[in-house]
Design a protein around this ligand. Structure first.
Ligand code: GLA
Length: 387
């Protein structure tokens, strides 16, 4: 991203002085393993990317908020004195949700001119929405010198999405986008928010993100449905025990009590969560010991579980994973993010990447008629001010 030309664009739109302009950045994220565990109080292992959302912002003396994006046509001028309402499925709901959350907490928000520009592919499940939320919350905190902690910024951003946008997401995305660190993965316990930054030492291997370029239809409603199925599982199990969420169960105790869940669908959902949690723990151990083959195997297992037990994959994601398996030098591959489209994440030997792109790409086009995109993931830092 060329920051200078972004600032020039801002001046073209808003006039005025350059001096008061500030620029912030929040990355996208890719999750290596631990899917649909966050809202079940479980473990996740995401990392922040070098692509993300840039925000050029200038506080004004009025209370108006002037939103514009380089990525979407919709612009808006919002008066802070009126109660904000979500506008269709527009991108503006993410920053507006954040502003709304500041208001709910009686935290002051200045009048602002805001210009967003992102280089995360949209709808790819790489957290472009969390990056917009976090960069907005971080910028307001910084402009008003409110002294909010990163944890508060994460929580405000997640609530903006839960309450304002209406997507009942967990905390993983906002956490990774805020706390990520260059060349590290974030090993997070979503129940306690204890976390560890683990160096991502992959030797000759690279993380390749493969985009299905499939539109994620109904993903939000199916996501919310999965969430309530997990709550149902907890409710049933709590007739026998006393757990807060599915992550309070280990694999052994789940196997002991699983027959209490008579609905096979609910049981499968719970099975995924419990096993996926264990896989994250095993994956971190493997990563620390440099056992990348084990790490890769766990990625494949995670995908199978998301496909068969949690049922959040789709044909396009399955094809990418199956084709990846056939390429030499691929240690693991799985869908990443919420599912129903979006991307896979794969661990590929650096000398096999061209082969991977060629074989997986050609076969994917053959089976789906869609054109995939491939990116080598560069792991960058979490949210920051850059100008
Ligand atoms: C989406 C949500 C996250 C998480 C993942 C699935 O990305 O925003 O909170 O639940 O799906 O792991």
């Amino acid at each position: 991203m060329n920051i200078q030309s972004l600032v020039e664009e801002f001046i073209k739109i808003n006039d005025g002085d350059v001096e008061d302009i500030q620029v912030f950045f929040a990355p996208g994220r890719v999750n290596l393993i631990g899917e649909h565990t966050d809202y079940n109080g479980g473990f996740v292992l995401p990392c922040s990317l070098q692509v993300g959302t840039y925000l050029v912002v200038r506080p004004t003396i009025e209370t108006m908020l002037k939103f514009k994006s380089m990525n979407f046509p919709m612009t808006a001028e919002v008066c802070q004195n009126q109660a904000a309402q979500p506008i269709g499925n527009e991108w503006i709901n993410y920053p507006l949700g954040v502003v709304n959350e500041f208001h709910n907490r009686k935290l002051p928000v200045p009048g602002m001119e805001l210009l967003y520009a992102g280089d995360i592919p949209n709808g790819a499940g790489l957290s472009s929405s969390a990056s917009i939320e976090v960069v907005t919350a971080y910028a307001i905190n910084s402009l008003m010198q409110l002294g909010l902690t990163n944890f508060e910024i994460i929580k405000i951003s997640q609530l903006a999405e839960n309450e304002f946008v209406g997507m009942q997401c967990g905390i993983m995305d906002q956490f990774a986008v805020t706390m990520g660190k260059k060349d590290h993965v974030v090993f997070l316990d979503c129940e306690t928010l204890d976390y560890e930054l683990v160096p991502l030492q992959l030797g000759d291997y690279k993380i390749v993100i493969s985009n299905t370029n499939k539109k994620r239809a109904l993903a939000d409603s199916k996501y919310n449905e999965r969430r309530s199925q997990c709550e149902k599982a907890v409710e049933i199990l709590n007739e026998e025990m006393n757990i807060n969420n599915l992550s309070d169960l280990g694999v052994d105790s789940f196997n002991k009590y699983k027959t209490k869940i008579t609905d096979p669908v609910i049981r499968k959902r719970a099975k995924h969560v419990v096993n996926e949690n264990q896989r994250v723990v095993d994956a971190v151990k493997a990563l620390k010991k440099g056992e990348l083959e084990t790490f890769g195997r766990l990625m494949f297992e995670s995908h199978e579980s998301l496909k068969n037990d949690y049922e959040v994959s789709c044909e396009e994601l399955d094809i990418l994973v199956e084709e990846a398996k056939k390429v030499e030098g691929v240690l693991g591959s799985r869908m990443t993010g919420g599912g129903f489209g979006g991307c896979t994440v794969s661990l590929v030997h650096k000398h096999q990447i061209d082969e991977y792109k060629k074989n997986v790409g050609e076969n994917y086009i053959h089976y789906t008629g869609l054109i995939p995109e491939f990116y080598i993931a560069e792991i960058g830092d979490g949210v920051k001010r850059i100008l």
